[in-house]
Design a protein around this ligand. Sequence first.
Ligand SMILES: Cc1cc2nc3c(=O)[nH]c(=O)nc-3n(C[C@H](O)[C@H](O)[C@H](O)COP(=O)(O)OP(=O)(O)OC[C@H]3O[C@@H](n4cnc5c(N)ncnc54)[C@H](O)[C@@H]3O)c2cc1C
Length: 362
Amino acid sequence: MTGQHRIVVLGAGYAGLAAARRLASKAREAEITVVDARASFVERVRLHQQAAGQQISKWDLREMLANKNIHFVRARATQIDTEAKRVLLDSATALDYDTLVYALGSIADPNSVPGVAEHAYLLATPEDAGRFTAPRGTVVIVGGGATGIELAAELAETQPDSRVMLLGPDEPGAWLSTRARAHIRRVLERLGVEIRSDAKVIEVTGEGVRLADGSLIEAAATVWTAGFGVPDLAARSGLSVDRVGRVLTDASLRSLSHPDVYAAGDSAVIAGPGGRELRMACATALPTGKYAADAIATRLRGGEPVPLRFRYAVQCLSLGRRDGLIQFLHTDDSPRRTVLTGRTAAWVKEAVVRGAGWAARP
Ligand SMILES: Cc1cc2nc3c(=O)[nH]c(=O)nc-3n(C[C@H](O)[C@H](O)[C@H](O)COP(=O)(O)OP(=O)(O)OC[C@H]3O[C@@H](n4cnc5c(N)ncnc54)[C@H](O)[C@@H]3O)c2cc1C
């Protein structure tokens, strides 16, 4: 090969920025270009705070990346021509690559049940969060996962004029330990959140949500947090993907079908301890972005990377600004009995979020 090795990183979220930052120090001989449809890095893990009316910070990507000699192209990638090794952009231009890092993250799945796309607010992107303003009446939040729980607590704490309901077919935080679930319920109820854990939503309408038992819960606004999808670019471009559209990777995060493509973060299928897939999380995106960069740098030097070894230690949830939950985890990501709660947990969670922002920003 002649000339500089060209590495294009698609996506400037936690995974893409962690990869680019690491490449800038570990693969100095390469030319690194980051592509993102947005001009700014927004802390996605704070979108529930934005939806509840709080200001969250933004960082200018071009400026941030220029400090590390990384090129930035603001554009939406519309196609990957894997034969020509070229990314086509919506700006009617194209970028040639020798190595591609695919880190396009995730989006809400508006097709989960009828009516979501037409009648529900979403919370997966800064644009989604920006569209939502808490009304005076009832806000129904669908989904008792981490996003639904964090939003319910944040809204109930900062928007006392809203009546907040959290609905799902299971107890909020069903995957967590008994003590964790009890703490979440206690805090949500203290904040005035009404919890329905027997509610399977089958349709969202202009009036509210319809449940599987035929009843209608009226809402001034419905927020859909149940179910995430991924951009379809990898699937449309012929990369091997799972049924959701995430890139299938080997133990060095290399695409199974295209060895010059690496994938990290929410838009990749990554094997974790005990045969479980790593989950969509900032806690996954940062280390896998870094690891992909290390693997690329090692191969550029003619070496062979050691397989990714990663485990989670804790899962952190905010419960408003004054309470939180830190769930300690076994190696295989299942919950231990130990949890940390209250103000200390809120403080730890805030420190983790800040740390993640610093880790991503070059
Ligand atoms: C409200 C909320 C709270 C959360 N809280 C936590 C938490 O506490 N802990 C945790 O671990 N995780 C949390 N998460 C999950 C976490 O935010 C994601 O897992 C993480 O952001 C994934 O990082 P990523 O780099 O893979 O993708 P993203 O951060 O989503 O970045 C993807 C980037 O790709 C860009 N992009 C997409 N398509 C294109 C395209 N075609 N062309 C160009 N650019 C494109 C986007 O603009 C974006 O900048 C939360 C998520 C939400 C929504």
